[in-house]
Design a protein around this ligand. Structure first.
Ligand code: UDX
Length: 433
């Protein structure tokens, strides 16, 4: 039997997927509302395919959820999947939830139990939890097994990951994890055994690399704008070199979400504590390039409309940090919308899935459930999250609805020629004409 502690994005996906592999799984969370929803087989967030899987696994009888931590006592393996958000007054990660999750289950750990951390943590956390458990629950062991799932592909990334990484301190822990993941290993998934520190580092290194790739192409976008080039052609051309690869070279308003921004910041903070500050100094620039992309969009809006935005309506298409998600954490789209609103513009935001979470974060913003309503009489449209349905919009149909036919494509995902042929002034980040 398995337990999953923390039923957020990661935990719920892991619990449902492990149940689908045939394990009995108990999910534990302190949030009673969330547990009630999950117990009804309802997903508290949007993730393609997970709703069906959750409902199916609840019916199977193998999966259940509770707020009662003592329920984990029958489990042999405990996956810790709680969040590690950025602290309020600094760059570091807040480890309160991870530490309290391990403390909450430690009285219930049976002989030979294995606690498996999946949360993204600063290097050294696993070792300190290992030492803590050696005192509070010496009958148990601890391993670290980072998670690489992408929102929008959570089920696929959990059941068919491109690698499995386990940080262990002994062979037994590795064997236990090999048993848990036997079905996934059988698919030919690479298996990497590491020490605890390396396992923790793999995750933040991977996210730092991805963030670097995105900021690299956004830096090239800035240079293209200055030099009269086209970053989309540049990205395509360099991407053909297999050493570079074409993925994660989509220039635009940059990365957001619950992982990349906070992970690179926490990594910098941890490196500084370790006396390796200089090694990660470049991540400060990655973060700065990323935030600058948002400012560049606002600059184009001002240059198209006016320095004083109070008389203008800006329609924002997209609030989530990426499509196929309702997650608005650190969303560049929503940040731009909020900044324009704060500057006095009349901003109306549309999103296929993210309106409610966005409204919670920014109750003063205006939202619209319909694209037509959102763009009505707009002075300018911002395309900020590349939902498929925005790519299917017909600019000829939208033209008569707006005041000015001006659109800024913040994701380089719309068909520029199509919009221009329909009479629109079309701007895209990193593309000059
Ligand atoms: C990321 C990692 O990909 C995943 O492995 C890790 O487990 C969690 O963090 P996720 O946050 O779901 O996953 O999003 P991802 O698909 O990586 O996108 C992150 C951000 O980068 C999004 O805001 C996206 O719009 C942006 N992005 C991505 C770009 O701006 N350009 C690109 O080329 C790719």
């Amino acid at each position: 039997m398995l337990s999953v502690v923390g039923c957020g994005y990661l935990g719920t996906t892991h619990a449902a997927c492990m149940s689908s592999l045939g394990f009995t799984v108990i999910g534990v969370d302190t949030d009673a509302d969330k547990v009630a929803m999950l117990s009804r087989g309802e997903l508290p967030f949007y993730e393609p395919g997970l709703d069906t899987l959750l409902a199916q696994e609840m019916k199977s009888g193998r999966l259940s959820f509770t707020t009662d931590f003592s329920a984990v006592q029958s489990a042999d393996i405990h996956f810790v999947c709680v969040g590690t958000p950025q602290i309020k007054d600094g760059l570091a990660a807040d480890l309160t939830y991870v530490r309290s999750a391990v403390r909450a289950i430690s009285p219930y750990l049976k002989e030979g139990a294995l606690v498996v951390g999946k949360s993204t943590v600063p290097v050294g956390t696993a070792q300190s939890l290992h030492e803590e458990l050696a005192i509070s629950a010496p009958q148990a062991d601890l391993a670290w097994n980072p998670e690489f799932l992408r929102e929008g592909f959570a089920v696929e990334d959990t059941l068919t990951p491109n690698r499995l990484v386990v940080g262990v301190t002994n062979d037994r822990a590795e064997e236990i994890l090999k048993t848990v993941y036997a079905g996934i290993i059988a698919l030919g998934t690479p298996w990497i055994r590491a020490d605890l520190a390396t396992a923790e580092l793999v995750k933040v290194a991977a996210n730092s690399f991805l963030a670097t790739k995105i900021s690299f192409i956004n830096a090239m976008a800035e240079v293209c704008e200055a030099a009269g080039g086209d970053v989309t052609i540049l990205a395509k051309a360099i991407g053909y070199d297999p050493r570079i690869g074409s993925r994660f070279l989509q220039a635009g308003i940059g990365f957001g979400g619950g992982c990349l921004p906070k992970d690179i910041r926490a990594f910098m903070a941890r490196a500084e504590e370790l006396g390796a500050k200089q090694a990660l100094e470049f991540l400060r620039e990655i973060d700065a390039i990323n935030l600058r992309a948002r400012q560049r969009v606002i600059d184009v809006v001002r240059s198209e409309l006016s320095e004083d935005l109070t008389q203008y309506k800006v329609a924002v298409l997209g609030a989530t940090f990426k499509p196929d998600s309702d997650d608005v954490r650190d969303s560049p789209a929503l940040d731009i919308a909020a900044q324009l609103h704060a500057a006095g513009a009349h901003v109306v935001v549309h999103d296929p899935k993210g309106i409610e979470p966005a409204r919670k974060r920014f109750p003063n913003l205006n939202f619209s459930q319909s694209v037509t309503e959102c763009i009505k009489a707009a002075d300018l449209i911002l395309h900020l999250t590349e939902w498929k349905e925005y790519q299917a919009l017909d600019p000829a149909v939208l033209g008569p609805l707006v005041k000015n036919k001006i659109i800024i494509d913040g994701r380089n995902a719309l068909d520029r020629e199509l919009w221009r042929n329909a009479g629109w002034k079309f701007h895209a980040l990193g593309r000059t004409d």
